[in-house]
Design a protein around this ligand. Structure first.
Ligand SMILES: Nc1ncnc2c1ncn2[C@@H]1O[C@H](COP(=O)(O)OP(=O)(O)O)[C@@H](O)[C@H]1O
Ligand SMILES: [Mg+2]
Length: 322
């Protein structure tokens, strides 16, 4: 069987078996903790952050493995499911701590009042309209081990966010003003789900006391940045910083072998060298692109000959200026 048995572009429906995913595209994702190969110096940076209870700020090009580091650390140190906070220009610190659906709450109260439900306005139902965010959940004091929190692409944030975040991380505490003056001093609040936590199973809510949460052990935090902007000095001073180095042929070779789960035939090993060469000459290429390409050239069901060369060209296109 070859590649050409999938889509043919004829518009004729035909029976064909679809390909199995490459190991790194199988869901739920499980392979990353085992396949990640730390570049030189990364383990020291991680251990410094663990030892000093400081966040780790990892800077590097897209696809250099920044977001994957935490999966391996959390797995090795048994920190439980990784909590993820993906930053965009619209991200706010308060959303990462908790969300309160005020409108939903008011609407429900009105409905209850108009239908004459006796419990309306009692005050306990606020719990249904509160949800902790990834940061709020990471700071809860009730887990035996520190939680792992990924603050991904922090350089995409609004300008003030790093400083606001710093304040919360220095105190390891936050307030939920809606609960501070609430009639019930203990309100159970839903947690944020970590990676792979089943949507069907109910997580035990955390009982917030007097609207305040104070962490006991600082979470293990990785912040990533593509280096699109500078951060204020007080912020940098409180982080452990690590820059992803350019990948060597040796490291990349083992990264690829770990992903494809076999030793590389010579034509694939050659692609690794070509990749490193092109990066050294200033092109922007990401590891994912190399993985895609190698998977195609080593798979029996993949394309061959001229078709294959053409695809290599497509897949290994320069990401900058293209
Ligand atoms: N050192 C490495 N070891 C193993 N896989 C890597 C490494 N660097 C990158 N990868 C792979 O490259 C892909 C992109 O990594 P990712 O963490 O998303 O990059 P980034 O967050 O820097 O953009 C992932 O599939 C990851 O497994
Ligand atoms: Mg990333």
């Amino acid at each position: 069987m070859t590649w050409d048995t999938y889509y043919r572009g004829t518009g004729e429906p035909h029976d064909t078996e679809l390909p199995d995913p490459p190991p790194w595209r199988a869901f739920p994702r499980r392979s990353a903790p085992r396949t990640f190969q730390p570049p030189k110096g990364l383990t020291d940076a991680v251990n410094a952050a663990v030892f000093l209870h400081r966040p780790l700020l990892i800077t590097g090009a897209a696809g250099s493995g920044k977001s994957t580091v935490i999966e391996q650390v959390a797995d090795e140190l048994q920190l439980g499911p990784v909590l993820r906070w993906h930053i965009t220009s619209r991200s706010t610190l308060s959303d990462a701590l908790y969300r309160y659906d005020a409108l939903g709450h008011i609407h429900t109260l009105r409905l209850a009042q108009s239908s004459g439900t006796p419990k309306a306005g009692h005050g306990d139902e606020i719990a249904a309209f509160l949800q902790l965010g990834p940061l709020g959940t990471a700071l809860l004091p009730d887990s035996a081990r520190p939680r792992a929190l990924l603050i991904d692409e922090i350089d995409k944030s609004d300008l003030d966010l790093p400083s606001d975040l710093l304040d919360v991380l220095e105190r390891g505490a936050y307030e939920i003003p809606e609960l501070v003056r609430h009639s019930n001093p203990r309100v159970p609040v839903r947690r944020w789900r970590g990676d792979g936590e089943d949507k069907e199973t109910e997580l035990e809510p955390y009982e917030v006391q007097d609207g305040r949460v104070q962490c006991r052990r600082f979470p293990f935090i990785v912040m990533t940045s593509n280096g699109e902007r500078e951060f204020p000095a007080p912020f940098l001073r409180r982080c452990i910083r690590y820059d992803m180095p350019p990948l060597s042929v040796e490291l990349l070779h083992s990264v690829v072998e770990a992903h494809v789960q076999q030793s590389l035939p010579p034509h694939a090993a050659e692609l690794v060298k070509v990749f490193v060469d092109r990066v050294a000459r200033g092109e922007t290429l990401a590891v994912d692109q190399l993985l895609n390409t190698v998977k195609l050239v080593i798979d029996e069901q993949g394309p061959a000959g001229e078709q294959r060369d053409r695809l290599i060209g497509y897949l290994l296109r320069n990401l900058s200026g293209a």
